[in-house]
Ligand binder design. Structure first.
Ligand SMILES: Cc1cc2nc3c(=O)[nH]c(=O)nc-3n(C[C@H](O)[C@H](O)[C@H](O)COP(=O)(O)OP(=O)(O)OC[C@H]3O[C@@H](n4cnc5c(N)ncnc54)[C@H](O)[C@@H]3O)c2cc1C
Length: 343
């Protein structure tokens, strides 16, 4: 079967619903397929400039601003397997193409703990380390044991232990040194067999209380998180979007005190010695709540999410995002960084 396709529409492969195409798409089904990929003359030609290679999961954190003249590697490596187990924990390996929420469902169905707060995040298991996905007080880095990847530049397989992944807030080595180079083929998670509910984040305890659940299972927490997410976030199948467009800015003491002085009700979370300020709040206060212009706008329930109301181009979304970040900088004097990958 020919795994290297030409002139492929990427419309079904990005949650913003942007209509662009790729000159080449390679379908990766198993790690060994990467050997075949390297044998294609077009790969040898294009891999001189690694910006022409893009690994794609579900396209839920990507904004395409034009056609992609290069090779998109569509990661479809499946499989979830237990590779080690004792009475306290279980080590589970997920193929990079496994749908993230399927992995969460699988874990909570056995009452393994660790992934439940990350329920319903779109995307693949293989992308979870890339921006160190996080929600409801938990990050992928809390449960990732190691990542198995192939380095397209050196042709070497890499086994990166958690401490070697450079995890930070929505950040990892895969967004920096290994960007466009590291093809993640599987991710290994350490999950707990002991109940470890993390209910500190706003809304989860309340949702469980509402259902009368006092001693929740991992599945109860996953369901509560999913219910909250469904009530707050737009479903990309109905309204194109890439989740939070910007990261929450993290500021030092001086900037924090200056902002707090001007906006005493400003929400914030402590982030070690620093302060994390919700980007959605900044955007709203800068006047963007419910903004819509033509095909693009800010989601009515959460200004941090930019949406495609119809046939928006990636360029239109990007232009709106630049206007928003510019206005936040001029109102508050701080920058907001993009979370979504712009291609
Ligand atoms: C409605 C909505 C809600 C969201 N909520 C959250 C949230 O709560 N928390 C959160 O953290 N994120 C959230 N996101 C963002 C998104 O779900 C995550 O970033 C997710 O991990 C992206 O997975 P993906 O497979 O779609 O990756 P893609 O969008 O396809 O790719 C994202 C990046 O990872 C790289 N990549 C993907 N797969 C691989 C691989 N196998 N090897 C190497 N690089 C790879 C790509 O090159 C790209 O740079 C949300 C998105 C949407 C649309």
């Amino acid at each position: 079967m020919n795994r290297l396709l030409t002139n492929v529409s990427l419309l079904p492969y990005n949650t913003f619903g942007v209509d662009v195409s790729a000159s080449h798409v390679f379908c990766l089904k198993q790690p060994a397929d990467l050997d075949d990929l390297q044998g294609f003359p077009v790969f040898r030609e294009m891999s001189h400039d690694l910006r022409r290679i893009l690994v794609l999961g579900q396209g839920s954190n990507i904004l395409f601003t034009g056609d992609f003249d290069g090779i998109v590697i569509r990661n479809g490596i499946g499989g979830i397997k237990v590779i080690e187990e004792d009475s306290l924990s279980v080590i589970v390996e997920a193929g990079a193409g496994v749908i993230w929420n399927d992995l969460v469902d699988y874990a909570v169905s056995i009452n393994w703990w660790g992934l439940e707060n990350l329920a319903l995040i779109p995307g693949t298991a293989g992308a979870s380390p890339v921006q160190n996905i996080g929600a409801y007080g938990v990050e992928a880095a809390d449960v990732i044991e190691r990542v198995n990847a192939f380095n397209l530049e050196t042709g070497q397989w890499m086994r990166l232990e958690n401490s070697e992944c450079g995890f930070g807030y929505r950040d990892s080595i895969f967004k920096r040194d290994l960007k466009n180079r590291g093809v993640i083929c599987s991710v290994v998670f350490r999950l707990s067999k002991r109940a470890e509910p993390r209910l500190g984040y706003s809304g989860v305890r309340e949702e469980l209380d509402r259902k009368g659940i006092i001693d929740p299972s991992a599945g109860d927490i996953a369901e509560a998180v999913a219910a909250i997410r469904r009530s707050k976030l737009p479903d990309p199948a109905l309204l194109g979007n890439g989740g939070s467009f910007f990261k929450n800015p993290v500021v030092g003491e001086t900037a924090f005190q200056r902002l707090k002085g001007s906006y005493p009700l400003m929400p914030f979370h402590r982030h070690g010695e620093l302060y994390k300020i919700p980007a959605g709040w900044l955007i709203e206060k800068a006047g963007w709540k419910g903004y819509r212009s033509g095909n693009v706008g800010c989601y009515e329930k959460q200004s941090l999410i930019l949406v495609n109301y119809g046939n928006a181009t990636g360029r239109e979304v990007l232009d709106l995002s630049e206007r928003i970040s510019g206005s936040v900088a001029s109102v508050f004097g701080i920058g907001i960084e993009r979370e979504v990958n712009v291609i």
